[in-house]
Every structure is written in C-alpha cells, then in structure tokens.
Design a protein around this ligand. Structure first.
Ligand SMILES: NC(=O)c1ccc[n+]([C@@H]2O[C@H](COP(=O)([O-])OP(=O)(O)OC[C@H]3O[C@@H](n4cnc5c(N)ncnc54)[C@H](OP(=O)(O)O)[C@@H]3O)[C@@H](O)[C@H]2O)c1
Length: 372
C-alpha cells in the first residue's frame, strides 16, 4: 500500500514543497501508525522550510507541527489503544502526510464529536497561548496585557483564553484584523500606522502587566517599554524575521538554527540587567513538552474540554486539501491569515470518531478559574 506526504528537500521558498508517493510506513515497536485527518499550517512550518527555525530538521523532511488523526496500526508492545481511536500529537515536523508513525506516549486522545480542523488548531496555537498565560505570565483576573499579532493563530487563541481569564486586552494587528480583535474582546492597535508604545501609554496610565511578543528581535525592547514596573514580556516568536513568507534578510537556502536562540538569550539577559524591574522571559512549547510532557498533555486536554463546552472557538480561516500545502504556505506568507489554515484529508472532514478513553492520562486541571 502507498501513501503521500509533502517533502522539503532544499531550504527555501514554497516551491520547495513537493508531494511524494511512497510505501506506507510501518510502526516500530512502541509506535502507532496514524492516518492524518487534519494538520495545521503555521509560521513555524514556514520558518523551518526557510531553515531559520531553531527546530529545523536536516533535509529532506516533511513539515507539519501538529496533527489530528485516527489510529490505524499498532507496533509491537503497544497496548491500551485501539485502531479507530482519534488522537492528537505535536510531532514538530512530519504532519503533512497521509500516514505518520509516532511513539504511543506522544498521542493525546481527542474527545468524540470534535471537528478535526478545530481540534488541530488547539494543539500548537492554543497550548502555546494557554501555557504563556497560565504558566509563564501567571496572569490574574483584571490584569492588563498587550498581544502582538493579535489576529493571527496564536494571537486569536490568546484573546479567547485571555477573555476567559478576565483580562483587559490590547492587540496589535493590521487594519483587516481589527474587527476580529474587537470581537474577541481586545482593543485593536494598528501597528502599521500607530506606535504601539505611545498608544499603550496614552490609553493606560502606566503601561501593561504583560506583553506577548511573537515578533522577536529589537521589537522585544519596544515591548518592554510598554510595561509597567514589575511587568513581563513573554518572548516566543520570530515573525519579524520574515517578509511575505521569505527570510527578511534575503539569505535563504541554509540551516541556521542557532542565531535565533542566541538572540533570545541576549534579550532575556538584557531584560534582567536593565533597570526598571521589567523582565523578558522566553517561552517554547517544544522545550516545555520535552521537559514536562505531562503538562502538555494536561493542558491540551483542558483545551479540548473548553472546545467541547464551546468556551473557545478556533477561527479556521480555510481548509486546504493535503496536496495544496504549497499554496497554503504561500498564502500564509504573502497575505497572512486571520485565525488558522488547516490541511484536511478528503476535502472537509467534520466530526472526530468516538474516542474510547484509550489510556491513562494526567489529571485535567480545574478550568473553572478560566470561566468568564
Ligand atoms: N515559542 C513557541 O512555542 C511558539 C509556538 C507557536 C508559534 N510561535 C511563533 O509565534 C509567532 C506567531 O505565530 P502564528 O502562528 O500566530 O502566526 P500568524 O498566524 O501568521 O500570525 C502572525 C501575526 O503577526 C502579525 N504581525 C506581523 N508583523 C507584525 C508586527 N510588526 N506587529 C504586530 N503584528 C505583526 C500578522 O498580522 P498581519 O498579517 O495583519 O500583518 C499576523 O496576524 C511566530 O513567530 C511563530 O513562530 C512560537
């Protein structure tokens, strides 16, 4: 039997994404073969394709940070999970494929009845947002926050979860995202025509408690200026290193993973050393998942619970067939997205198959604290 997957065999633009057909992968001992129903398309995928993301794998590789799929075949030694169950995972790369083999420990059960495209939107974007709010910034009701890129994937997740947590929210976005930001409870600031530092100080007396900065580089210093004393910048992205989905520096074509890490460390150290009791803390979903996998599982399950209760609603901007991954990344890079692009199998899958609560899971935290 054969399957298809998307392969990058040279770092560079969207044209480097090719569809290949090959023999189906067989699960090794401890692994599970999953038929992918939905895979997220995100800026970290684009950065890996360009070779700039800290997690960029060696060539050739299949992109795709997150997926929802159905268990199809079990490797030796796997128990407590059955073919037909719907699962979610954050493989970091590899999700743009019809079939993927993953260690059983990496799979999180998806509750019955969820739309795979909405469920997959929770994995990278909402876990990132949730952990930055509740584990990095440890926000409390009534605090004031500034969210950069507020109409994007992580930004809309921060707004929805921030509203549940009772925050006062400001969000930078371009004019086309302003109504989305307002609808989700934020006060939009048009970053293309307004200086966000001035705007924050004009609208608030002394600044904000937390800034979520996914833009990176010197932008982090400007974010720090929007803080009140004792405040925190949570630095988590490199959006500023791209222009229309290509490297802003123009130096595409190589694997450059360490430059971005060094820049983060520099800004984090600088944030501590400069006067003003203002800190810069880095956040990385993949490092937290590696160091504390039970927290990733627990937080994703809490988010599935919120989705089931209709307390969050991911904005799925468009569903693309798997073979159109190139077009999806090209559009994301050139025009951006309000919400999230998702690759889906068979056109437009809707509800996930019933899950039989497959295996023991970490306890889901009490989410009532997030209720409005
Ligand atoms: N550390 C982690 O664990 C982690 C996890 C997930 C994502 N990330 C990172 O988070 C960042 C955002 O990811 P995403 O998936 O949310 O991307 P996205 O959906 O493409 O959203 C990015 C948003 O940023 C806006 N933007 C671009 N330049 C801006 C600027 N100078 N000021 C304010 N907004 C600006 C864009 O708005 P317009 O298009 O309207 O200009 C867009 O809405 C990326 O850098 C990604 O790599 C990090």
């Amino acid at each position: 039997m054969r399957h298809r997957r998307i392969v990058v065999s040279r770092y560079g633009g969207p044209d480097e994404l090719r569809v290949v057909e090959e023999e189906c992968p067989e699960p090794k001992p401890g692994e599970v073969r999953v038929r992918v129903l939905a895979a997220g398309v995100s800026l970290p995928d684009v950065m890996m394709r360009e070779g700039i993301h800290p997690e960029t794998p060696r060539l050739p590789f299949t992109p795709g940070w997150d997926l929802v799929g159905v268990v199809e075949r079990l490797g030796d030694g796997v128990s407590g999970i059955e073919p037909g169950q719907t699962v979610a995972a954050l493989p970091i790369f590899g999700a743009y494929a019809e079939l993927v083999c993953l260690p059983q420990a990496k799979l999180v059960p998806v509750p019955a009845g969820l739309d795979p495209a909405e469920a997959v939107s929770l994995i990278l974007n909402y876990v990132t947002a949730y952990q930055m709010l509740h584990r990095s910034a440890k926000v409390t009701r009534g605090q004031r926050v500034l969210i950069h890129g507020a109409s994007g994937g992580v930004g809309t997740a921060l707004l929805q979860l921030g509203r549940l947590a009772g925050l006062e929210m400001y969000g930078t976005c371009s004019s086309r995202g302003a109504s989305t930001v307002s609808d989700l409870g934020g006060i939009p600031i048009d970053y293309k025509h307004q200086d966000f530092v001035e705007e924050i100080h004009r609208r608030t007396s002394d600044g904000v408690d937390v800034v979520f900065d996914g833009i990176g580089g010197t932008h982090i210093w400007r974010s720090r200026k929007a803080l009140r004393p004792g405040g925190k910048v949570v630095a988590y992205g490199l959006t500023g290193s791209l222009r229309e989905g290509r490297l802003a520096s123009g130096r595409s074509g190589s694997r450059n993973r360490f430059g971005p890490i060094a820049i983060f460390l520099l800004y984090t150290a600088g944030g501590w050393l400069l006067p003003g009791r203002k800190r810069v803390v880095p956040y990385s979903i993949q490092w937290l998942e590696r160091m504390k996998p039970s927290l990733f599982r627990q937080d994703l399950m809490a988010l599935f619970d919120l989705l089931q209760q209709k307390k969050v609603k991911p904005l799925v901007a468009r569903r693309f067939p798997f073979d159109e991954a190139r077009q999806a990344q090209e559009l994301l890079g050139k025009e951006g997205v309000v919400g999230k692009f998702v690759l889906v199998r068979d056109g437009n899958p809707q509800a996930a198959q019933p899950s039989r609560e497959p295996y023991k899971t970490a306890q889901v935290p009490d989410t009532t604290a997030l209720a409005p």
